[in-house]
Each structure stands twice: as structure tokens, then as C-alpha cells.
Design a protein around this ligand. Structure first.
Ligand code: SER
Length: 340
């Protein structure tokens, strides 16, 4: 008998940590974590099985497929946007081929179990591509269907995987006798920049905000790599995890689309710096603009329209800008770095 379980790829990543802890508290199901790196011991302890391996390794995926009856797949593994620009070929393999592999497992699972498999995919504001700062300023708040011309490898990968997910959910093998026999309940969120007090970021381009905060908390000088007026939406990690739950728990009939924007607050880099300084007044935070990374952030919207998420599954952030700092970031980062 195959054991019933939930699979989380990218389990050791920033979202993975928070999600696994929350799933452990909220479901009785066995959690299987797959990551290219060894999990940290706290998270490892709550997983039923911790698999160290690559989502491109068919042998590992075949074993998971044959050993477990997966009810839900949270496919979080990805190369983030800065890293992807240095290795676009690898990014395509991990971000696209990897997603295709996981969707194929979902198909096999659905067929063998005879029921829909829930599939969560974290997309990103990187799917948007505003031509330049002028267009960004003119566009203001963007809706899900606008400006889908990503300028980054990561953005291209995410946008294409949203489309793949929609294809698997709605039209997979439509010309064959098997049409309709695999039911993939694909659900995606386009996340803004995420800020965790617990994990330090790596490989992202929205990371200037969390990097500023983590550096300040550790008493390390920081040079922000984007201009002080740079504005994109952000959200705390706990809100991102809550959003995943809200979306995944929503009845399918309530969902009018497969991919949703969500937002919480969108300070400029200068406003973020000021708020960090309010709690860490001795922090040395300067600006040393990297033109190439700046251009990437300038192609991302200053804000997104999340009215569909609010309407369909009751999305509402718990943390606005001030609450993010006062209720989460500052207290948790003080604990994280043992600051009294
Ligand atoms: N925030 C991510 C990054 O900067 C995008 O999803 O890579």
C-alpha cells in the first residue's frame, strides 16, 4: 500500500521552511520534503521523509511516485532571478523542466488514484515586464493579464510554467483517448518580494529589502543595489504562507482563475531604509546602484491589483508596512540574532 502524503519540493528554501511548519501544525498528513540540500534539523524533524536530491532526477521522482499516494504537491523548487541571469540554461532546466516533471507526477497520481491532485505553484511579480521606468510609473497598479513580457530568465520561466499549469489543468492531451482522465487542480500565486525574519535570502533581486534588514540586525554595513526611489510590492513570509493556505483551502468552484496576484505594502527602498533605521539607528545603510539589477527591478510593477484574490478566496494581508515591522520583523529578527 502506498502511503498518503503531501510533497514539498524546494523544502529547504525560504518559503519551504515556513510552509512545512504550518502544514505540520495544520494537517495530520505525512510531509515529504525534497531539496537539493540537506534540510536543517528542526524542519527535518517534522518531515515524514526528507529526500536530498534534484527535481531533474527521474529515479528519485519515480521512487516518490511509486512509494506515496500524493494528495497535494507544493512545487517550490526554483532558481531565483539574480542567479538565473548568470545560468539561464540551468535556470530553464530547474524552473521549467523541473516543473514539467512534477506536473507529470501529478498526472500519474491522479490517474492511479482516480481523483484530482492539488498542485501549488509559486509564481512571481517577475512575470511582468514593463519596458522602462517611464512605463512602470505610468502603469501604476497592474492586473494579472497586463504587461506579460518578462525581461528576465526567471520571469520567462515562471510565466511559461503558469501556462503549463493551466494547460495541464484544462487541456492536457485533449486529442487522446485519455483526455480528462488526469485531473490537476493547479493553483498559483504571483508573490511580491518576500521578507522573512528567520531566513536570510539568496539569489533574488527583490532581496535588497530583506538584506538591508538582516544586515542592520547583525550590525553589518549594507549598500543597497537599487536607487532609493525604487518601488515594488513586498510581503512578510507569514502572510505569504497564509495566502498559500487560503488559496489551497478554497473550494475549486470559488476560484475564477488559476493564477492570482496578491499584495501587502509597497515602500520605496528609501522608506524601507528609514523604517529599518527607526529600530536599528546605528545601522549604516547606503546606496550603491547596480545598473543591471536596477533595470530588472524597474521592469517589475510598483504595485499589483489583487482584487480577484480578495474576492475569490478572501485574501487580506495581516501585516501592512508598519505591522510587518512592529509585529513580526523586528521582534523575530531580534530573537533570530539574539539581540536584547
Ligand atoms: N523575489 C524573487 C526574486 O527576486 C522573485 O520572485 O528573485
Amino acid at each position: 500500500m502506498r502511503r498518503k502524503a503531501i510533497l514539498i519540493t524546494g523544502a529547504n528554501g525560504e518559503i519551504g521552511h515556513g510552509l512545512i511548519t504550518a502544514l505540520h501544525e495544520q494537517t495530520g498528513e505525512h510531509l515529504i520534503g525534497l531539496d537539493i540540500e540537506e534540510m536543517d534539523s528542526a524542519t527535518k524533524g517534522i518531515l515524514w521523509e526528507n529526500i536530498v536530491g534534484n527535481i531533474l532526477d527521474r529515479t528519485i521522482l519515480d521512487r516518490i511516485n511509486s512509494q506515496y499516494e500524493l494528495t497535494t504537491i507544493y512545487h517550490l523548487a526554483a532558481l531565483l532571478s539574480t542567479r538565473a541571469e548568470f545560468s539561464p540554461g540551468t535556470a530553464h532546466e530547474v524552473n521549467v523542466d523541473g516543473t514539467l516533471n512534477l506536473l507529470s507526477i501529478a498526472v500519474e497520481q491522479s490517474r492511479s488514484q482516480g481523483r484530482p491532485i492539488k498542485f501549488f505553484f509559486p509564481s512571481s511579480i517577475a512575470v511582468y515586464g514593463l519596458a522602462d521606468l517611464e512605463e512602470k510609473n505610468r502603469a501604476g497598479t497592474v492586473a494579472e493579464s497586463q504587461f506579460l513580457f518578462p525581461q528576465t530568465m526567471y520571469g520567462c520561466n515562471k510565466l511559461y510554467c503558469e501556462l503549463l499549469g493551466s494547460y495541464y489543468a484544462r487541456h492536457y492531451q485533449r486529442l487522446t483517448a485519455e483526455a480528462g482522465t488526469a485531473r490537476i487542480d493547479f493553483r498559483a500565486i504571483r508573490f511580491p518580494g518576500l521578507i522573512s525574519a528567520v531566513t536570510a535570502p539568496s539569489g533574488g533581486t527583490s532581496d535588497y529589502a530583506p538584506e538591508m534588514l538582516h544586515a542592520a540586525a547583525q550590525g553589518i554595513d549594507y549598500d543597497c543595489f537599487v536607487r532609493d526611489d525604487t518601488t515594488i510590492p513586498f510581503m512578510t513570509m507569514p502572510d505569504a504562507i497564509r495566502a498559500i493556505h487560503l488559496l489551497m483551502d478554497a473550494p475549486r468552484e470559488a476560484l475564477s482563475q488559476l493564477v492570482y496576484n496578491i499584495r501587502a505594502f509597497n515602500p520605496s527602498a528609501a522608506q524601507f531604509r528609514e523604517r529599518v533605521l527607526a529600530d536599528f539607528p546605528k545601522a549604516e545603510i547606503g546606496f550603491s546602484v547596480n545598473g543591471k539589477r536596477q533595470a530588472m527591478v524597474d521592469s517589475w510593477p510598483a504595485d499589483v491589483d489583487d482584487s480577484a484574490a480578495r474576492h475569490d478566496w478572501g485574501w487580506q494581508p495581516e501585516h501592512d508596512f508598519e505591522a510587518a515591522f512592529a509585529d513580526y520583523l523586528i521582534p523575530d529578527i531580534r530573537t533570530r540574532y539574539r539581540i536584547h
